[in-house]
Design a protein around this ligand. Structure first.
Ligand code: ADP
Length: 363
């Protein structure tokens, strides 16, 4: 069918369109009364056509929305237009519904034309979403603060316990019986381990609380720094660490990117296979408008079903008697990558070594 110009429409099809509309359509007069309403008014708002014609339309508007509605109507009667006005309208059963109006006045006509949609569900949903987001944000901030305070305040008494235990070990080691030496040894070991846990937890919570200082980071220089710090454990493991020449720069927080590299290289050396000398290759390239960094090792590898789990807090695949560690390192790496808007993932197979990939976006 050819599209008709509105003036060609005969009353019958026009009336049918009005009948079919799920949105309320109407004409309001400058005398405060509705002049035309379609059936949707009754369906949506539950008032009879008669009641709608004989009740001043402003009587249906929520008292808090009255001033704004009055101002809009004045604007419309003067020939104005609005497409996004919302106000609460009272339904037949007394409940208010949020309505979104598109309205147009015609100067000289003494009336205005309106199309309204009931958006109550949407508004309630948006309110609920906002409420949940605020709650989540608050819970997150509280948790963040708790983790920081707990780890920070635990550090002090722990330092005390550790130093007196060490003193006890130094002064009285060998002077009590063998069982006492053994017990003191366990206690010192426990304190050392707790120190490592608290340090790692603090580092983890700081990633969330400290402002990031993002800048162009020279990966070559950063890596030099990291390898210097890891020197003793690399030497002890007899590991060979190769850095591919010509590393590009990355955009990010230098300290945090350093923490990522440090954790990945330390793990590559730590989780070495006993039957071969550890070899680690670090490479980086400009990819997809950001920087991709990889740390590949020839170590014990990780099974496919554990490749997500290791990035979770305390997600460890081995007992402490096999490999030392707190299980926080990769969770910290993931958090840093998330904060940078980047990604971290692993490609690996048991016995075939692992390659950890990091990607951070450019400026
Ligand atoms: P941690 O090293 O303190 O145990 P991480 O969070 O750094 O904690 O690592 C979590 C777990 O992921 C490790 O316990 C280990 O099982 C596994 N893993 C990490 N890096 C490697 C690697 N390069 N090769 C094999 N397994 C690894």
């Amino acid at each position: 069918m050819e599209l008709l110009h509105p003036t060609d429409l005969k009353p019958a099809p026009l009336a049918r369109l009005l009948d079919m509309s799920p949105d309320v359509l109407g004409i309001g007069g400058s005398d405060g009364y509705l002049k035309l309403v379609n059936p949707a008014w009754t369906e949506v708002l539950g008032h009879s056509t008669e009641a709608l014609r004989t009740t001043p339309y402003l009587d249906l508007v929520h008292p808090e929305d009255l001033d704004a509605t009055r101002a809009l109507i004045e604007h419309l009667i003067a020939g104005g237009r609005s497409t996004d006005f919302t106000c609460r309208v009272r339904r037949g059963d007394g409940e208010y519904r949020w309505m979104l109006w598109s309205a147009q006045g015609a100067a000289g006509d003494d009336c205005f034309y309106v199309v309204g949609k009931d958006i109550t569900e949407r508004i309630l949903l948006e309110d609920e979403l906002q409420r949940r987001a605020r709650n989540l944000e608050r819970a997150n901030a509280e948790l963040q603060e708790f983790a920081y305070i707990a780890s920070h305040d635990l550090a002090e008494p722990l330092r005390m316990v550790a130093s007196y235990l060490e003193l006890l070990q130094r002064r009285y080691g060998g002077r009590l019986d063998a069982t006492a030496d053994e017990f003191i040894g366990y206690a010192v070991g426990g304190a050392v381990r707790m120190r490592a846990l608290i340090d790692d937890l603090l580092a983890y919570s700081r990633v969330g609380t400290r402002e990031m200082e993002r800048a162009e980071v020279d990966l070559g220089a950063l890596l030099g720094h990291v390898l210097l710090g890891l020197g003793p454990s690399i030497a002890e493991a007899g590991a060979q660490v190769e850095v591919e020449p010509g590393l590009p720069s990355a955009y990010g927080d230098g300290t945090q990117l350093g923490q990522v590299l440090q954790n990945l290289i330390a793990n590559a050396v730590k989780f070495r296979a006993s039957e071969r000398a550890p070899r680690v290759v670090v490479a980086a390239a400009q990819v997809d408008g950001g920087t991709a960094i990889s740390v590949a090792d020839n170590g014990i590898g990780i099974g496919e079903n554990n490749q997500e789990r290791i990035f979770k807090m305390f997600g460890r695949l081995h007992g402490r008697d096999e490999y030392e560690g707190t299980g926080i390192g990769l969770a910290l790496c993931r958090r840093i990558c998330d904060r940078h808007g980047g990604r971290i993932w692993v490609e690996s197979a048991p016995g075939a070594g692992s390659t950890f990939h990091v990607w951070v976006p450019g400026p």
